[in-house]
Design a protein around this ligand. Structure first.
Ligand SMILES: Cc1cc2nc3c(=O)[nH]c(=O)nc-3n(C[C@H](O)[C@H](O)[C@H](O)COP(=O)(O)OP(=O)(O)OC[C@H]3O[C@@H](n4cnc5c(N)ncnc54)[C@H](O)[C@@H]3O)c2cc1C
Length: 608
């Protein structure tokens, strides 16, 4: 069989009926490729209509992510209201639609805001410049257009989060674990269809160390998660909430439009007036007749408030930003999940014995023609184990995600480059992967006790924010203890018969920072965690919601910013923490809840 890319010029040119069949096939392929992630599904871009000095809309929503898309959908149901949704990014690239390509944006950086944590001596020690990266989607659909597609409702991890979930729970129609019942059926979910050998081995091994199958996202055990996909394509918040409203005449989507500053009526009257934006390079003021709602994500919302002079007085004074309102809690209390990747090698060829170039061609063909095959799912990554390392053995505080890399897997390189692993470490892993299949266990701490901060590097929106992580400041702190304990549980898998029979062993990947410690001793494990743990994509709390008497709260229970009328914030920024799950589901639920709050306020006789 010739290798891919080698053209055999001895082939006779196709003629007659065979040539016709060949052309039909090529046309079919083109036709089907064209529809992967096609922008025509989304509302048209009307940013060109935003010209002139003052444009007025009833509601302006900043950011077309999970929350912004859901809110735009519900507010534009009222056809007497004009609703403008502005989005800094563009429509997603077509690769975003292909589930099997989900890690590729990490390396390419396409459609993302790319942020970096400030350097710190306690974490991310084996990343380039000792700095971890943070990605957010800059695209219609927001981060849900690039993320790993898991639908996880989240678990209230304390009374504060419980209150929040209780207030939004009714969107699940009383059945909180049946994700198919969310809202009006907009969010479509599927279970992955990939059933491979690695998954079976892992399930058997987890059973040996006391974990069982579990369909309940609240409790200990392993499960195949629901994914936000539809017929083998990603189905993100933009599909769920914006596609259905694309023909509403009272709704405008303006992409490539960046909110740069919030404008209040005047210093005495703390009512929002509108927002300063840059649209395709031009600066404009947009007026919000009724309300301005920030759904730009936990990092950019905080940045926008600080740049608008709403934040801690002393900090703003130091940076020469005119103070609109002293609000000490802005950008504080930021909470991330923390993940440690652990690598296991598979010595026998029990899994995917031969994945040849022909298999790749077949997979590509199957995906393009039928949206089936390996590109239509996320492989092993939807397989998740929840465990507890705490005194409440039934409440999970750690989730283990899994990735499988076959020998010579291109995705491993993509992944390591994207996260900015040290070149030496990347080289070690790629070398191992030249001869061995790998399974990466991602130990994810769902209840981190460390609080990060969002601050500014510049006094204009183009500058990246300063993200100050304070992880592992306490050498015996709870986060390190929990991760160490989870590491040890994963280590136990090596002694189970499914792992022994398949020759699966934890790898010493040569972490430069830990070379002075013996592999797998407690000192090694702690060093490994501090070197390779990185804050993951689920971030919350930068504009905490709380009662008026809480001086550190930024947003009131009705989503309005304290002391500023008609300015609301609605996404994970206001959650006290990301909960025990990812945030797309809670972002969407909060937006649906806010739409009810706004309808009750602005519509006479409104009954929900
Ligand atoms: C690699 C990765 C994997 C993840 N996996 C999962 C998962 O499997 N399941 C899950 O539930 N969650 C996952 N998440 C997290 C989840 O996707 C996000 O937390 C969630 O999408 C956040 O939603 P949001 O509405 O708050 O913000 P976003 O979805 O980030 O939306 C904010 C939008 O606002 C726009 N915006 C920002 N600033 C401005 C501005 N000034 N002007 C105009 N527009 C602006 C942005 O461009 C963006 O489109 C993952 C995240 C990442 C990065």
């Amino acid at each position: 069989m010739p290798a891919i890319g080698v053209i055999n010029y001895d082939v006779t040119p196709l003629q007659g009926a065979l040539a016709n069949i060949f052309l039909i096939l090529i046309n079919a392929l083109f036709f089907n490729v064209k529809f992967i992630g096609s922008p025509s599904q989304f509302p048209e871009d009307n940013s060109f209509k935003l010209t002139g000095d003052e444009q007025v809309f009833d509601f302006i929503i900043v950011g077309a992510g999970a929350a912004g898309s859901a809110l735009a959908n519900r507010l534009s149901e009222e056809d007497q209201w004009s609703v403008l949704l502005i989005e800094a990014g563009d429509y997603p690239q077509s690769t975003s639609g292909v589930p099997g390509m989900f890690p590729t944006f990490l390396d390419s950086g396409v459609d993302t805001w790319q942020y970096t944590f400030e350097k710190n001596k306690n974490f991310c020690l084996s990343f380039k410049d000792k700095q971890c990266r943070m990605f957010r989607g800059k695209v219609v659909g927001g981060t849900s257009a690039l993320n790993n597609m898991h639908y996880i409702r989240g678990i209230a991890r304390d009374n504060k989060t419980k209150l929040m979930y209780n207030s939004i729970e009714h969107y699940l129609n009383g059945d909180k674990y049946n994700p198919n019942l969310i809202c009006k059926g907009e969010i479509v979910l599927e279970k992955s269809h990939q059933n491979n050998r690695a998954r079976e081995i892992l399930k058997a091994a987890y059973r040996k160390i006391g974990f069982n199958s579990n369909n309940d996202q609240d409790s200990i055990g392993y499960t195949d998660n629901y994914l936000m996909t539809k017929y083998g394509e990603r189905y993100h918040a933009g599909h769920a909430f914006l596609t259905p409203v694309k023909r509403r005449s009272n709704f405008i989507l303006a992409k490539n439009t960046v909110a740069e500053g919030i404008v209040l009526n005047d210093p005495k009257d703390k009512r929002v007036k509108g927002v300063n934006v840059t649209v395709n390079g031009a600066k404009l003021f947009l007026q919000a007749r009724k309300e301005l709602i920030l759904t730009a994500g936990a990092i950019n919302n905080a940045k926008l408030l600080l740049l608008s002079g709403i934040g801690p007085k002393d900090y703003l004074t130091q940076r020469n930003i005119p103070i609109a309102l002293n609000m000490p809690g802005v950008g504080k209390n930021v909470n991330f999940h923390l993940t440690v990747p652990l690598f296991f090698g598979i010595n026998s060829s029990v899994i995917y014995e031969d994945y040849t170039e022909i298999d790749l061609i077949k997979d590509t063909f199957d995906y393009v023609m039928y949206r089936t095959g390996n590109f239509s799912n996320i492989g092993l990554h939807d397989f998740v184990t929840l465990m507890s390392t705490e005194s409440h053995p039934n409440v999970p505080n750690v989730a283990i995600y899994h990735y499988y890399f076959k020998v010579g897997d291109q995705m491993l390189k993509t992944w390591l480059n994207g996260l900015h692993f040290l070149p030496k470490l990347t080289a070690n892993l790629l070398k191992i992967n030249e001869r061995q299949n790998l399974i990466m266990f991602m130990i994810t701490l769902l209840r981190s006790n460390s609080m990060a901060e969002i601050r500014l590097n510049d006094t204009h929106f183009q500058g990246n924010p300063k993200i100050i992580g304070n992880f592992f400041n306490d050498p015996d702190g709870e986060d390190l203890v929990a991760l160490t304990s989870a590491f040890s549980k994963i280590n136990d898998l090596q002694d189970t018969s499914p792992f022994i029979e398949s020759g699966i062993e934890m790898l010493d990947i040569g972490v430069p920072e830990c070379r002075n410690y013996k592999f797998c001793t407690i000192h090694y494990v702690k060093c490994y965690i501090k070197s390779l743990a990185f804050p993951t994509s689920n971030v919350a709390g930068s504009l905490k919601r709380g009662p008026e008497c809480d001086n550190n709260a930024v947003v009131k229970p009705d989503y309005e910013v304290r002391f500023i009328r008609c300015l609301r914030v609605c996404d994970a920024s206001i959650l006290p923490n990301p909960g025990l799950g990812n945030t797309v589901a809670s972002d969407a639920m909060m937006a649906l809840d806010l739409s009810e709050v706004l309808k009750k306020k602005w519509l006479k006789d409104y009954v929900s």
